[in-house]
Design a protein around this ligand. Structure first.
Ligand code: GCO
Length: 448
């Protein structure tokens, strides 16, 4: 047995998102978001589940904070629901909506937990979607106004800011694949939305600097690691496209101010152009203080003519799978963050999400023996240690998720929590993985 020690200033945390946990979807003047519309449209979400009640964190946030405190985390990542603040996306601030986040932030600070806030975790006000959503550049101005209100309100209290969560999901998953709200299937729309969201990120960073807000600001991209199945050039190229779809397309504009040309050409060959306006690339690549990375999976890819968008297909090579059917690929985490360092230098990195979905059962004494999830965490923590040792500027890690919650198009059946949510009673029960993480934090490391 050896002990892997983590630096004492390493930030351990957990993460959630507003629409996935809050519920209270019509309370205190909250406007509707694209996720209310989408989840209330029959056939869009498994079992036609929706976030009307979710974990009811709008009323039970004190219990959530108590769970965080007992867990021993330094930080908690959550998101603010834009339609609580501006029910119509723009206009007058809804003070009652803001009050909810005042209560949450104060409760966290009183418990000695640093709030890490995501400004956009997918709940776009429906009123803005009605005018074209992220494809309309007016949404950029609306976002910056919303961000400004939050920056000013919480200056000095919230010290870690994340503008966008997973711009790939906001753009391609939601507007090309169509699996998430608003559910479009149009490549040009996806490319446009990705671009406009990145401009909105950059404009918000400019506003943050201009206002002199305390703390650090960055954005979160969801990265995957794909290896070519063979060394054949066509497989190598196919894997390169699969990676760039998630990784370079977002990382390169954010951190270098350019798009990867081979992907610009590829999208052009499919009829989609990036709608770059003067000054956009400079705006997008505003210096940021850290990059947030959400990592879940990856795998092996090979060339296959006319398959999907990239002439490529994923190949099953015997990985263990989670209940989402995602490969368990801890080494992929090591590889992708090593690539970030090689490609983009020593920017501080936070893993803003990582975690696993498994089928859980409530056992005697309200315990959940989720050995597979605890093992998933352990395997990834070993890689965190390896990354830190290798000189990657990895500053913190947020487990997804504090609680089982509304898993978007998958509804409630897919559980990612380290705390079990009983959706009938809304009681919360820590799982074995919670106690595993609690011990790692208390010991500043783990035995392997
Ligand atoms: C994400 C989302 C989470 C998901 C998680 C599991 O950023 O993808 O933030 O909301 O629940 O990724 O799919």
């Amino acid at each position: 047995m050896a002990k892997l020690n983590f630096p004492s200033d390493f930030v351990w945390g957990t993460a959630t998102a507003s629409y996935q946990i809050e519920g209270a979807y019509q309370e205190d003047g909250r406007g509707l978001s694209i996720w209310d519309t989408f989840s209330h449209t029959p056939g869009k979400v498994v079992n036609n589940d929706n976030g009307d009640v979710a974990c009811d964190s709008y009323h039970r946030y004190e219990e959530d904070v108590a769970l965080l405190k007992k867990l021993g985390v330094k930080a908690y990542r959550f998101s603010i629901a834009w339609p609580r603040i501006f029910p119509q996306g723009t206009g007058e601030v809804n003070e009652k909506g803001l009050d909810y986040y005042r209560r949450v932030v104060d409760a966290l600070l009183a418990a000695g937990i640093e709030p890490a806030v995501t400004l956009y975790h997918w709940d776009l006000p429906q009123a803005l979607q009605d005018k074209g959503g992220w494809a309309n550049r007016d949404s950029i101005d609306a976002f910056v106004k919303y961000a400004e209100v939050i920056f000013k309100e919480f200056n000095g209290k919230i010290k870690q800011w994340i503008t966008f969560n997973e711009t790939w999901c906001v753009s391609f998953l939601s507007n090309y694949i169509g699996a998430h709200a608003p559910g479009n299937k149009d490549l040009q729309l996806a490319v446009t939305v990705a671009h406009n969201c990145m401009v909105a990120h950059g404009e918000a960073v400019k506003k943050f600097r201009a206002l002199g807000i305390e703390g650090q600001i960055g954005t979160t991209h969801n990265l995957y690691w794909y290896e070519p199945l063979t060394t054949k050039p066509e497989d190598v190229e196919a894997a390169r496209r699969s990676r760039a779809y998630y990784n370079e397309w977002f990382m390169e504009p954010t951190l270098k101010g350019t798009y990867p040309q081979f992907m610009v050409d590829w999208y052009r060959s499919k009829g989609a152009e990036v709608p770059i306006q003067d000054g956009d690339m400079e705006t997008i690549s505003q210096p940021i203080d850290f990059i947030g990375v959400n990592f879940y999976s990856g795998g092996y890819t090979r060339y296959k003519k006319d398959e999907g968008l990239f002439d490529s297909e994923d190949v099953q090579v015997g990985f263990d799978k989670t209940f989402m059917d995602w490969n368990v690929y801890p080494d992929g985490l090591y590889k992708v963050l090593s690539w970030v360092k090689d490609e983009y230098g020593d920017i501080p990195i936070y893993i803003t999400e990582n975690g696993a979905c498994y089928e859980d059962e409530l056992a005697e004494g309200n315990r959940v023996h989720d050995a597979l999830r605890a093992d998933y965490y352990k395997k990834h923590f070993i890689q965190l240690h390896r990354l830190i040792e290798s000189g990657v500027q990895l500053k913190g890690y947020f487990a997804w998720s504090l609680l089982d919650n509304f898993e978007w198009a998958e509804g409630y059946k897919k559980r990612f929590g380290i705390v079990y949510t009983n959706y009938e009673t809304l009681e919360r029960h820590p799982k074995d993985s919670y106690y595993f993480i609690q011990k790692v934090i208390a010991d500043d490391g783990l035995e392997v």
